[in-house]
Design a protein around this ligand. Sequence first.
Ligand code: G
Ligand code: G
Ligand code: MN
Ligand code: NA
Length: 256
Amino acid sequence: SQLETDLRLAIERQEFLLNYQPIVSLKTRQVIGFEVLLRWQHPLTGLISPGDFIAIAEDTGLIEPIGEWVLREACQQLRTWQTKFPHASSLHLSINLSIRQIQQFDFIEKLARILAETSLNGENLRLELTETMLMDQGDKTIELLTQIKEQKIQLSIDDFGTGYSSLSYLHRFPIDTLKIDRSFVSLINAEGENCEIVKTIITLAHSLGMKAIAEGVETPHQVTHLSKLGCEAAQGYFFSKPLNLQLAESIIATNP
Ligand code: G
Ligand code: G
Ligand code: MN
Ligand code: NA
């Protein structure tokens, strides 16, 4: 297809860019990090969302170079911010991964190489995986996750609650954070009803020694109820939509 042809050329034509959605501490209300979201600036079509090209990138294998570009670009950016904004040294970036990326035999080496090349400490990097990705890999999963953790990188499960995951596995995985899918967060209304699933996920995270991040937070009452339930952090349109580089930098500059 034309889209596939264009996608093949997109890296060398430098048509990809990153957006950054703030992740806010519910305790201090400070921005503690950003989720990195890929965008494709197509010369004719304009800005294309990953929802419209990630599947093609996965089917064609193009996700491997694209995913590597995202990782390197994000690590470089974070390193630049650490130098430019010394007060923001603990800021993290959270990057979405595809299953094909972690299936690459040399994924761990690539990751280590990118950290070395960008002089970034793994502690400030977080990788987002889905439940399905973890369950798909069987016994290899624990080894892979352990190797990632050896580089001090943090691990999150994205869209938690929407996939298939076995609780008997979850406690054996070295996961740091569960990201509560926005479909559950959106159920919370002004009266604080329909909190049951969110509450259960937060409790599960804490009992496994993990933290909880709520996604898709859109209203002040959702913030109130999530805080009451002990959820550590949140992201969503209530705080900010994904931002371009310039706007993300202005947030960092003014974040205490
Ligand atoms: O930002 P947006 O709503 O368009 O993102 C749609 C989906 O694309 C989200 O589920 C997100 O996880 C995924 N996504 C965004 N950026 C990346 C990326 O760099 N790599 C992968 N694999 N998925 C991404
Ligand atoms: O699957 P993942 O969680 O990575 O998806 C992130 C996507 O969710 C981004 O593309 C982003 O644009 C979108 N998003 C972020 N905040 C909100 C929100 O508050 N409401 C809705 N509906 N979508 C959001
Ligand atoms: Mn995500
Ligand atoms: Na998500």
